[in-house]
Write a protein that binds this ligand. Structure first.
Ligand SMILES: NC(=O)c1ccc[n+]([C@@H]2O[C@H](COP(=O)([O-])OP(=O)(O)OC[C@H]3O[C@@H](n4cnc5c(N)ncnc54)[C@H](OP(=O)(O)O)[C@@H]3O)[C@@H](O)[C@H]2O)c1
Length: 337
């Protein structure tokens, strides 16, 4: 099968090459992939930026999100059958969705709804699960609470705004003027142009901040948070609490604690909680997200669909950081196409 492979960390682009089809385990299904979506983590993985948390043997097939059709099932799979259209986000140690076929655990997939295209389904898993875990599982947002979502026009932001509105929250977001109409249409109540305005100068008394930027933007989030509020970051640094929950070695926990000492100080000073979130795949949560899509509460936003042969252009576009919603790779035609 054809796959996008990296042979060494930091190589400029993956190589499209022929590799053997993956073998399935008893709990796996084999999926013929129709569409996959690009996420910033794909590039971070390629460049070795996540080695403290994720270790891979090279060569490695890139890619985390996919939608496609099951072509074989393992001996312990009873809830899915050959021909089912499914989508998912693979476990972090089993990436490889930029390929024609993928072996994936049945626990990490959900059925694709008929009213969702394969491209839309592939747009959903990583950003949908991350947003759900941040806003629902960690923040437990309640109706009327105020949340700031950084980067409202990105892959995460476009889903997170819709989920926060679904949970009944008041949503502020940051983006560029060109994206104001989009984020308003997704439900944002207050829009800040991050080029001209520092959110910390205009927002106060927020129950929660969903940080997608890290660095100074993350540190500034504590200025607007209420006592008892929550700052959840997916782009900042993992702290010692995360290291313990993630089960990393003691010396890494110490290192995490040291590099996040400013955030720990800010937590105490503002009586807030800082959580670093590293999303977890979950077929069950994907099924819940699919129901929200079916109910019209959440709609995936797609920036562009790019043929698999042009993957390197698509990765460069992602790297530029200006995508509005998701970049989709079209791997194959679906039988319905
Ligand atoms: N820890 C985890 O589990 C996890 C999971 C998912 C994602 N992430 C991380 O979360 C981050 C965001 O992911 P993503 O998929 O949303 O990325 P993305 O789709 O590439 O984000 C692109 C968007 O960011 C906006 N943007 C750029 N600079 C900005 C700024 N300073 N303030 C506000 N918006 C800005 C751009 O809008 P403009 O054109 O208006 O600039 C663009 O629409 C990435 O670093 C990713 O690795 C982590």
């Amino acid at each position: 099968m054809q796959a996008a492979v990296i042979d060494a960390y930091r190589q400029p682009h993956p190589t499209l090459k022929q590799v053997p089809r993956p073998q399935i385990r008893p709990n796996d299904v084999l999926v013929r992939i129709v569409a996959a979506s690009i996420n910033p983590i794909d590039l971070k993985t390629k460049d070795g930026g996540l080695k403290m948390l994720l270790k891979y043997d090279l060569p490695l097939i890139m890619g985390s999100d996919f939608a496609g059709t099951i072509t074989a099932v393992g001996s312990a799979v009873h809830d899915f059958a050959v021909g089912d259209a499914v989508f998912g986000r693979v476990q972090k140690d089993r990436i490889g969705t930029f390929a024609e076929y993928l072996a994936v655990d049945q626990g990490d997939i959900a059925r694709k709804l008929r009213n969702l295209s394969f491209e839309e389904a592939a747009a959903l898993p990583l950003v949908g699960l991350t947003s759900y875990q941040a806003l629902h599982d960690i923040m437990a947002l309640q109706p009327g609470q105020k949340v700031l979502i950084q980067g409202g026009s990105g892959g995460i932001g476009t889903i997170a705004i819709q989920l926060a509105k679904h949970l009944g929250a008041y949503v502020a977001t940051t983006t560029s003027p060109a994206n104001f109409d989009l984020v308003k249409s997704l439900g944002a109540d207050l829009i800040i142009d991050y080029h001209t305005t520092n959110f910390a100068d205009v927002l106060t008394d927020y129950d929660a901040v969903f940080d997608t930027r890290g660095g100074q933007t993350l540190a500034d989030a504590f200025q607007i948070i209420k006592p008892g509020g929550q700052v959840v970051s997916i782009a900042g640094l993992p702290n010692a609490r995360f290291g313990k929950a993630y089960g990393v070695a003691w010396w890494k926990r110490l290192a995490f604690g040291w590099v996040t000492r400013q955030l720990t100080r800010l937590e105490k000073q503002h009586h807030a909680t800082y959580t670093f979130l590293f999303m977890q795949p979950s077929g069950a949560q994907l099924t819940q997200l699919a129901q929200l899509v079916e109910a019209g509460s959440v709609t995936p936003v797609i920036d562009r669909v790019v043929p698999f042969s042009l993957i390197n252009q698509a990765l460069d576009y992602s790297h530029a950081g200006q995508a509005v919603g998701k970049i989709i790779l079209k791997i194959a035609e679906s039988e319905a196409d």
